[in-house]
Design a protein around this ligand. Structure first.
Ligand SMILES: Cc1ncc(COP(=O)(O)O)c(C=O)c1O
Length: 402
């Protein structure tokens, strides 16, 4: 008889973005010209100054276990970064370095949640938040947002959700957001902070896309608004997106010392320290940043403008203009209702688009918003142009079939 899996793990579904990327890669490897808008990682190489630091660490045989929470010079570099860029003052004991921001979030959730606790999250949400919450034995609770609200929760929607869910313990806030690209403004964060303080809600503030903001928009960390808010916030960040270092695996959490120490104990028994070479490379990434980082941001900004302009030329497509991250999430509801090919949900839409037009998009249901699809513009302008052309052809085919 097969071994029965735990009830907890049976709730965990594969990551749709990773599944899609694997399928697109398989098609590509078999010679098919797939344009993959599914990927959630920069298509740039890690900047040279960071790679040089890794070579140096390897040559110096910096290859052993390090302190579980991360080497002190890295935690100091993170403290300096948080002070310099976010106006936040932390000590190294308030920092936990983990193998990716994903791991940071899981460590924190496991450290603060008991079973029956509820974790609030605006919807659409990043695909992993609900499963990370379930892994911590807690319950995800969604606060729906609409395109008309710029995909952002208001303070009153948050308070309504807290009052309706008496076991609400934490809120996961992701600004700039994956998948919508929405960025919270100062006044919006102030109003949310007021509610969190009033109801003693912990904010897990995922700021992994903070450097990728456009049109002069400024990223603000909710922790920086007041000492009362800082006490109730764990800031999550990392190097994957801003420094094109997804494969190096390094993220961090900054927050109250007792929460960070508890999250550190979780990590100690689960994964232990981050790869020693990666840690050294990240000290340099943060302390000696060169112009390559800003160049990547500018390139993303150009691509966003291009993709948004192309998508808004397509009739009946509703499109929110993102202010950050590298995603655009247009609504395709009109086409789902106006075709005779049986394409009535975004999942079917994406499956046929990939099979027939060789374009990989992620269906919005994975992010909690049916009737939408997510484009990642971590892709060249040429690919974006060709991919949107195929996407528009498919939409035209659907409309013509009615
Ligand atoms: C919103 C969000 N948070 C966290 C992560 C995880 O980043 P890391 O590579 O540091 O684990 C991602 C990666 O896709 C993300 O989109």
């Amino acid at each position: 008889m097969a071994i029965k899996l735990s009830n907890r793990v049976r709730l965990i579904k594969p990551s749709p973005t990773l599944t899609l990327s694997a399928k697109a890669k398989e098609m590509k490897d078999s010679g098919i010209d797939v344009i993959n808008f599914g990927v959630g990682e920069p298509d740039f190489n890690t900047p040279e100054y960071i790679k040089a630091a890794a070579h140096k660490a390897l040559d110096a045989n910096f290859t052993r276990y390090t302190a579980n929470a991360g080497i002190i010079e890295l935690r100091q570099a993170i403290c300096a970064k948080l002070q310099r860029e976010n106006n936040l003052s932390y000590q190294p004991k308030e920092i936990l370095v983990s193998p990716g921001a994903k791991a940071s979030i899981v460590n924190v959730l496991v450290a603060v949640c008991d079973s029956k606790d509820q974790v609030l999250m605006p919807s659409p949400y990043w695909v992993s938040y609900p499963y990370q919450t379930l892994l911590a034995d807690a319950e995800p609770v969604y606060i729906p947002t609409t395109m008309e609200e710029s995909y952002k929760i208001s303070a009153s929607a948050l308070e309504t959700a807290i009052l309706a869910n008496p076991c609400a313990k934490a809120l996961i806030l992701n600004s700039p957001s994956n998948p919508t690209g929405a960025v919270y403004a100062l006044e919006e964060l102030q109003a949310i902070a007021e509610i969190c303080i009033k109801h003693n809600i912990l904010v897990i503030s995922d700021e992994i896309y903070e450097r990728l903001v456009y049109d002069g928009v400024k990223h603000i960390s909710i922790a920086s608004l007041s000492p009362e808010m800082k006490e109730r916030t764990v800031v999550i960040n990392g190097v994957s997106k801003a420094y094109a270092m997804t494969g190096w695996r390094l993220g961090y959490a900054a927050g109250p010392a007792h929460v960070i120490a508890a999250a550190g104990r979780v990590q100690e028994h689960a994964t232990s320290c981050v790869n020693s070479i990666t840690q050294k490379a990240c000290v340099t990434a943060l302390n000696e940043e060169d112009e390559s980082i800003e160049k990547m941001r500018i390139e993303f900004s150009t691509r966003r403008d291009f993709l948004y302009a192309e998508l808004t030329k397509i009739p009946h497509l509703k499109c929110f203009k993102p202010q950050g991250a590298f995603y655009i999430m247009p609504a395709i509801n009109w086409y789902l209702k106006h075709n005779s090919l049986g394409i009535d949900c975004a999942d079917k839409f994406c499956a046929v688009l990939l099979e027939k037009y060789h374009v990989a998009l992620v269906a919005g249901g994975s992010f909690g918003l049916e009737g939408t699809v997510r484009f990642s513009y971590a892709n060249s302008i040429e690919n974006i142009q060709e991919g949107v052309r195929r996407f528009a052809d498919f939409l035209a085919e659907l409309a013509a079939s009615e």
